[in-house]
Design a protein around this ligand. Sequence first.
Ligand SMILES: [Zn+2]
Length: 138
Amino acid sequence: MRKITLIILHCSATREDSRYTAEACRNDHIKHRGYKDIGYHFYIELDGTVKEGRPIEMIGAHCLHHNKHSIGICLEGGINRYGKHDDTRTGAQEIALMELLARLKEDYPQALIVGHNTLNPEKDCPCFDTAEYRQLFP
Ligand SMILES: [Zn+2]
């Protein structure tokens, strides 16, 4: 089994008033980035639906230098209706993320929950504060 030390949170960097489903993301990653599959392990759509991406046993493609030992979760959204980076999480997404993190922390208690921007300060992703999740799931 892979050693998981990080759970990395992302956003799709798409507008909250348009849809960018897990399937659209998978297609983009395959067609335009040349990946074999979607880069993330989980993708949470605006309505809170959690779609499975790569199996956790497989290394993802979502965070340079950190893919080998991490799980990548992406939330649809991250850009507001004015085209600016913003916390656009819906209530349904917040609940879904909380449930997913609770489940993952049971299996990987040593994993630290971080944002993409925690590891790469040049990124805005995931466009919301991830400290609350580190406090809830230390
Ligand atoms: Zn990201």
